[in-house]
Design a protein around this ligand. Structure first.
Ligand SMILES: NC(=O)c1ccc[n+]([C@@H]2O[C@H](COP(=O)([O-])OP(=O)(O)OC[C@H]3O[C@@H](n4cnc5c(N)ncnc54)[C@H](O)[C@@H]3O)[C@@H](O)[C@H]2O)c1
Length: 314
């Protein structure tokens, strides 16, 4: 198995560490914050592995997988001899440029260099590398240790072989990669997510419903379907004659509601503070780690359900 480097070992970087170690790779973790790897990332990675083991989602003993995760003292040490580097530092163009310059200077010439950026087009910060053809965005959903979808997005320089090798590596690691056909800010997931969130803020901000109502609409409504079938298949199954019949009947409404929605809604700091206060009354900030653990158990339970009731379409 290969050596892999995770540069930035915060929320996303440490979860990537679990993904790669579980796939059998030797993983070096580096973070600029002293103690972040040894005191936070590694204990939390072990916790995730234990949760996976309890859920029957780990094929090897926790200790075997955990032993593949090792701290590095610098970017150069982390990426030395690496076949693949996953950057997960702060979402800041300047920081990403600096970090990729350091990574590229020390990594083997044929290593694939990937960024976890949530929205920044790779062409904005990967073009200055000596060989930008080996770099791309590999955007996960948090936490990638539990959620398999991953978006691969090349830049205008990325070689086709780089994308194919990264895609294969993700498949081998149990992930579910999609490859974007064209570069776009926010990729697919966050464009969908934050358009929905913008309309939710509009509906709450203008007093049509509460934030709790919005959450219920998702968790006990739309998302129950969406965990198995996406919006195109929802429409296909919601009409006896499939998607075409659905659109023939409801297309005008779809267009009208799309045009009426307010993704440009100018939500205010006060509205966010009010939504935060409502959430914090239910989930105090001090209890967020407990709530994350519950969320992770639920995600794993859903993953088990999907494994046990497989999609006959494959
Ligand atoms: N949190 C999410 O939901 C999520 C999901 C998908 C992608 N992402 C993306 O992943 C990246 C990381 O996000 P996160 O949520 O893990 O942030 P985070 O703040 O939890 O972690 C970032 C880590 O990077 C470290 N860091 C900063 N500068 C560094 C440097 N020069 N060298 C090495 N380490 C450095 C910080 O010390 C910190 O531990 C961002 O680009 C973010 O947009 C986040």
């Amino acid at each position: 198995m290969s050596k892999i480097a995770c540069v930035g070992a915060g929320t996303v970087g440490r979860a990537w560490g679990v993904v790669f170690a579980r796939a059998g790779h030797e993983v070096m973790l580096y973070d600029a914050l002293p103690g972040e790897v040894t005191e936070r990332a590694l204990p939390l990675a072990r916790q995730t592995l234990e949760l996976m083991a309890q859920s029957g989602m780990l094929d090897e003993p926790v200790e075997t997988v955990f032993a593949r995760l090792r701290p590095a003292g610098s970017i150069a040490e982390a990426v030395h001899g690496a076949a693949y580097v996953q950057e997960s530092v702060r979402e800041d163009l300047t920081v990403k440029r600096q970090v990729f310059a350091e990574i590229a200077a020390a990594a083997p010439a044929d290593a694939i260099l990937a960024s976890s950026t949530s929205a920044l087009p790779g062409s904005d910060f990967l073009g200055e590398l000596l060989d930008p053809g080996r770099a791309l965005v590999v955007h996960p959903v948090n936490p990638p240790s539990l959620i398999p979808l991953v978006e691969l997005c090349g830049t205008r320089w990325t070689r086709r072989e780089t994308i194919e090798a990264a895609r294969q590596m993700m498949l081998d690691a149990g992930m579910r990669p999609i490859v974007l056909r064209k570069e776009i800010e926010g990729f697919i997931l966050n464009r969908l997510q934050f358009t929905l969130v913008a309309e939710a803020l509009h509906l709450v901000g203008e007093g049509y419903c509460t934030a709790e109502d919005i959450d219920a609409v998702l968790t006990d409504g739309l998302a129950l379907r969406w965990a198995s079938i996406g919006p195109f298949e929802v429409a296909h199954l919601n009409a006896p004659d499939g998607l075409q019949g659905f659109v023939d009947r409801l297309g005008p409404m779809m267009k009208r509601l799309g045009a009426l929605s307010r993704p440009d809604y100018d939500w205010t700091a006060e509205q966010i503070a009010e939504a935060h206060a409502g959430l914090a009354a239910r989930i105090p900030v001090a209890d967020i780690a407990d709530r994350q653990a519950w969320r992770d158990q639920r995600i794993l339970a859903l993953r088990r359900l999907k494994r046990d009731v497989p999609d006959p379409q494959g």
